[in-house]
Design a protein around this ligand. Structure first.
Ligand code: PMP
Length: 402
């Protein structure tokens, strides 16, 4: 047995630094060498946090709201989340059915940590947000990954879901609008999945709706489409993406009270309540003027259109439409078998992204990081100037392939 006191525990032996972070670091290293690098790797809105939100946080701090809050969040914020839920999705949870955490990420982690025992299975579709399988594994569970390629619109189908459910299934995890594909489930698609889940009463349903407000088709919440499954549904949302507040670390979960209580028990031993000042900021964001959501949404859609058209014009990259989030997930398999000017033969998505970064200084994340090789993820939450320049470089790189 190893004598290293800091050897990794078995449950995290497989967890590595996320490929997205690795790529950002590679891009940063090139920048330090003086290269002109455009990184479209990370998923963060480029808008600033609204001024009235920053002001509310400042005022809260000045008022002395700088102490611990209740573990599950301040009562005013939980009430405001319930009201926002009613306004936006047509149902109103009780305050006790709402928990506030340090980002949507902590909400999801708490849910898995609170419920998974060794060998319990969680079904999710690939492509998936990179953190999901790792969080499931860290919590002792087993990710059960179902391929959902372009032909399925990058969505879990009822048949695939039904085929993946076993006695060990504890959760199915849905994400709409989805990272990295931008795919959005329609009410009919959610309803069909709900139909399968009605016959599987031992399965919990975790629905990550963090990109709700970055959506170019009418958004439908699973909770609204299948209210009869509310007792088994956990909805995850937050302010990070919609209000450009990634650094404030506020997300929330809405679910049955016994689950919320268990998640609060976990959180109480890890971080306690989320930052008091950030909760005041989130309160201002969701209770204040909502007009900016529509404005930003239109802006993101316009950028999506610019990038999608430019990528398809390369002839080698196939980029289908994406109805939400701020990502595109194009297919780069037509570049396979070709050789870059520096001699790199492109056999896989990661060869494509690595050669592109070296040749043209554009950082993208290979599809394999999201469980679906043959693609890459591009975040278009960047300025039009950067996006146009990045697309021109991608086109030049494609032309240079022999
Ligand atoms: N869910 C998805 C699908 C995401 O893409 C992200 C952020 N990349 C999160 C959750 C985490 O959000 P937060 O910053 O609120 O923890």
């Amino acid at each position: 047995m190893s004598l290293d006191p800091f050897r990794r525990a078995a449950r995290i032996s497989e967890v590595e630094l996320s490929e997205i972070i690795q790529i950002s670091e590679a891009a940063a290293a090139l920048k330090r060498e003086g290269r002109d690098v455009i990184s479209l790797g990370t998923g963060e809105p480029d808008f600033p946090t609204p001024q009235h939100v920053v002001a509310a946080a400042h005022e809260a701090a000045m008022r002395g709201e700088t102490t611990y809050t209740p573990t599950a969040g301040t009562p005013v914020l939980r009430a405001a989340i319930a009201a926002a839920c009613e306004r936006e999705n047509g149902y109103r949870p009780e305050q006790a059915q709402v928990i506030v955490s340090a980002g949507a990420k902590q909400v999801i982690f708490n849910a898995f940590f609170a419920t998974l025992d060794a060998g319990d299975e969680v079904i999710l579709a690939a492509p998936y947000w990179t953190s999901y399988p790792d969080m499931i594994s860290v919590c002792g569970g087993t990710p059960v990954i179902v391929a959902a390629g372009a032909e399925a619109g990058f969505k879990l189908t009822p048949a695939a879901l039904a085929g993946a459910i076993t006695e060990r299934t504890r959760w199915v995890l849905l994400n709409s609008p989805g990272n990295p594909s931008g795919a959005v489930y329609s009410p009919a698609e959610l309803s069909a999945l709900a139909g399968v889940l009605r016959d599987a009463p031992h399965v919990g349903i975790l629905v990550d709706e963090i990109y709700q407000h970055i959506c170019y088709v009418p958004f439908a919440s699973f909770r609204t489409v299948a209210p009869d499954l509310a007792e088994r549904t956990l909805i995850v949302n937050g302010v990070s993406k919609s209000y450009a507040m990634t650094g404030w670390r506020i997300g929330w979960g809405i679910g049955p009270r016994r689950l919320i209580d268990a998640m609060a028990a976990v959180q109480g031993q890890v971080t306690s309540g989320a930052s008091s000042v950030s909760q005041a900021a989130a309160l201002a964001a969701i209770s204040g003027d909502q007009q900016l959501l529509a404005e930003r949404n239109d802006d993101f859609r316009d950028r999506r259109d610019i990038v999608q058209a430019a990528l398809n014009a390369t002839g080698l990259i196939r980029c289908g439409s994406a109805d939400g989030a701020f990502y595109l997930f194009p297919d780069c398999t037509a570049t396979f078998g070709k050789t870059a000017p520096d001699g790199t033969r492109i056999e896989r998505d990661a060869d494509f992204t690595a050669a592109l970064l070296r040749a043209e200084g554009v950082a993208l994340v290979p599809g394999r990081a999201f469980g679906l090789p043959g693609h890459f993820r591009l975040s278009y939450a960047y300025s039009r100037t950067s996006l146009t320049e990045a697309c021109a470089r991608i086109a030049r790189f494609c032309q240079s392939l022999a």
